[in-house]
Design a protein around this ligand. Sequence first.
Ligand SMILES: [Zn+2]
Length: 262
Amino acid sequence: MKRPFEIECESLRMIVFSDGVFSVTKEFFLAGAGNDQEVERFPDDFEVALNFVYLQIGGKHILIDAGFGETSGQESGHLLTKLNQSGINPHMIDYVVLSHSHIDHIGGVVKNDKPAFPNATHIISKKEWLYAEKALDSKSFKVLNKILTLLKVIERDTEILPSVLLKHTPGHTPGHLTVEVRMNNGVYLITNDVFNIPYSISNTNLRVVLEENPIKGVRTRNQLIQLAHKEQVFIHSCHFPYPGLGTIEKVNSLYQWKPIEI
Ligand SMILES: [Zn+2]
């Protein structure tokens, strides 16, 4: 078994686990591009990665999103198996941060109709909860209903541990959350679905077709890019190629994704 990508420093351990891949159409995944040549070169269908971050920090275990779980086919839903293979028992998880309510991020919080992480506080933004509630029949809302007793709804940016801040980064969905981890050796922003492909660092109009508010989406992307570039912050983006961690550099006047070397 190939070992998952891991960073260990001070009291932080970060591991990136793959949940698998899923197939998308260009029409769905790369909307808003205009006639950008770079985007035109993409095939009509392609596979997108699903990489999720586990943090061990200050003695606490945090999982940021849970993948498709049982809601998908063979290609994804492998996160729980990967956690177990690395010696991380789902009972150990203290917090599951739900970046947003799309099924590729929350499907895995349920296994055999029960909470997959039974001792974890599952955190979601209030705006996201209200958004999910609008689609009572959706897979996502049904999943959330199976973890109701474990759910904690937050109304504003919230520090869950002294160095772990949950920040509202709306656009993709109304209550989308980014996780900011501040350590002595650097700052990590787990940006989840703010960005869809690495090239969206250069063209911030790029979005999935169902982005709830593209104007806010562009604003959020630009804000995070400027912050990450200025402060030399590491960004993790779950749908970028594995492990999805990198920095942002400016070449001439264009921001570009720079994946970390592994
Ligand atoms: Zn997603």
